[in-house]
Write a new protein. Structure first.
Length: 251
């Protein structure tokens, strides 16, 4: 008994060459997008760094004879009107509404995290508000102080950290695209999973070193030096480990 032939032709298996070409294109596109995003963040960084430097150099208004444009560090008393906690997409935000009396309007500020000041505030408490260039950057309650989300320098730190991580990961993808292209040209066999795991671990370690350097110091050249030295050490160790794995594989 003859089987009825299917009206549709059997699917042809995808050639290994086409599959590897897609891998090269994917790695190149992802790497290019990440490096471009890092470049955009670095282009926006000088303004944030300049603001952070101005803030660190600012003096209290009591020490300035003629304050201009709010560049001095001002402080004024206020009364806590209310406190509230908001939740959005598993993110918790802590808000404080303050009344500065006749001299300062009522305002609502967002505290940074669950700090010592936020934990003890309640309506009616007297606090000291610290401001710079019209933005409240911290609130004091007695001897305790807690920053707000408007504190200068935070944005620059975040941009530098994210930019370095994007640059490292994007460079790894671009390097991987070139490596895949050479393997495709020589028709080399697929790499073992151990090599992929080693590269991923090295990428995470290099990114961690860069982020740690950003959070540890405000000096940009020192951050870049530590990040570059960390990346060099990590990738040197990675290359030696991959070479050892290749020798063990061929032994």
């Amino acid at each position: 008994m003859n089987r009825a032939s299917s009206p549709y032709p059997p699917p042809r298996p995808q050639s290994p060459g086409l599959s590897s070409l897609k891998g090269v294109i994917f790695a190149a596109i992802v790497g290019s997008v990440l490096v471009l995003a890092a470049a955009v963040l670095f282009a926006l960084l000088p303004g944030s760094l300049s603001e952070a430097a101005d803030f660190r150099a600012a003096r209290p208004c009591s020490e300035v004879s003629a304050p201009e444009n709010g560049d001095c560090l001002a402080e004024w008393p206020a009364t806590v009107v209310s406190t509230e906690t908001g939740r959005s997409n598993k993110s918790v935000t802590n808000w404080v509404t303050l009344d500065g009396g006749a001299e300062e309007p009522r305002l609502r500020v967002r505290m940074r995290g669950d700090g010592p000041v936020w934990e003890k505030l309640k309506p009616g408490d007297r606090v000291t508000v610290l401001s710079w260039r019209g933005a409240v950057w911290a609130v004091e309650a007695g001897e305790l102080r807690q920053d707000t989300t408007a504190a200068p320098g935070r944005d620059a730190t975040a941009r530098l950290a994210v930019g370095l991580v994007l640059l490292i990961v994007g460079s790894v993808f671009l390097r991987g695209a070139g490596w895949l292209h050479r393997r495709r040209a020589t028709r080399a066999q697929d790499s073992p999973a151990a090599q992929v795991v080693v590269v991923m671990a090295a990428t995470l370690l290099a990114s961690g070193i860069a982020v740690t350097a950003v959070t540890a110091t405000d000096t940009v050249w020192l951050v870049l030096l530590v990040a570059a030295a960390g990346c060099a050490a990590v990738w040197t160790a990675t290359a030696l480990l991959l070479r050892a794995l290749a020798r063990r594989r061929t032994a």
